[in-house]
Design a protein around this ligand. Sequence first.
Ligand SMILES: Nc1nc2c(ncn2[C@@H]2O[C@H](COP(=O)(O)OP(=O)(O)O)[C@@H](O)[C@H]2O)c(=O)[nH]1
Ligand SMILES: [Mg+2]
Length: 217
Amino acid sequence: MSENKEIEILLSVYDKNEEIAALTNTKLTNSGIYAINVMGAPGAGKTTSLIEIVKRLNNVTPYVIEGDIEADFDTKTLLALGVKAIQINTGGACHLDSPLIDKAVEDLKLSNGVLFIENIGNLVCPAEFMIGEHAKLLVSTVTEGSDKPYKYPLAFEKADIILLNKCDLLPYVDFDEEFFMKGVRALNKNAPVIKVSGKTEEGFDEVVSWIMEKVKK
Ligand SMILES: Nc1nc2c(ncn2[C@@H]2O[C@H](COP(=O)(O)OP(=O)(O)O)[C@@H](O)[C@H]2O)c(=O)[nH]1
Ligand SMILES: [Mg+2]
């Protein structure tokens, strides 16, 4: 009996989240904002990738919502670069949810641009919750190992674009690119997989081209 009740509550939490996410998505679209949910493990290079992307954007205003359990280092870094950024600390929750983003969107007073939402570093929960985004960008890395699509399928399945970061470190790690790509393609036929490096800056022009195509549409 008590088990049944637990399932009912869980479903309604998901439903409410998705309902608010859809409203936020409409608000963002009406304000001329293309929103990207940036997902990846802790330390994958989400913030590093955002910095590389933001500095290549021409004639498009970037906004960033930084999600972390605690601390605001990434927001401070982005603000110092002149990017309009705000911090959300979940105080323990492992993903951002749509009520949090809806409030942050109100606070940021967005209009015409690209909103990047750096989700909590976690390859599991962020993929399960819509937060009003138009696209999901996943940052995976060669240092995490080539088995990650097999172990954390949902993040790879839901991604609209996948960055394979830290490619400068390929000579030093046993990363099996063929095995990685086989795992990705079994889950996701369409998302571009772009090899990038936050150190050498390779690949980010291509990432920005993909984003700009979406923004124009
Ligand atoms: N060698 C190398 N280090 C990187 C690369 N991208 C990020 N890092 C480093 O990885 C660490 C975590 O990066 P960060 O962007 O903060 O990751 P986040 O937690 O996903 O936002 C930092 O020390 C970065 O300098 C990369 O492409 N190559
Ligand atoms: Mg970060």
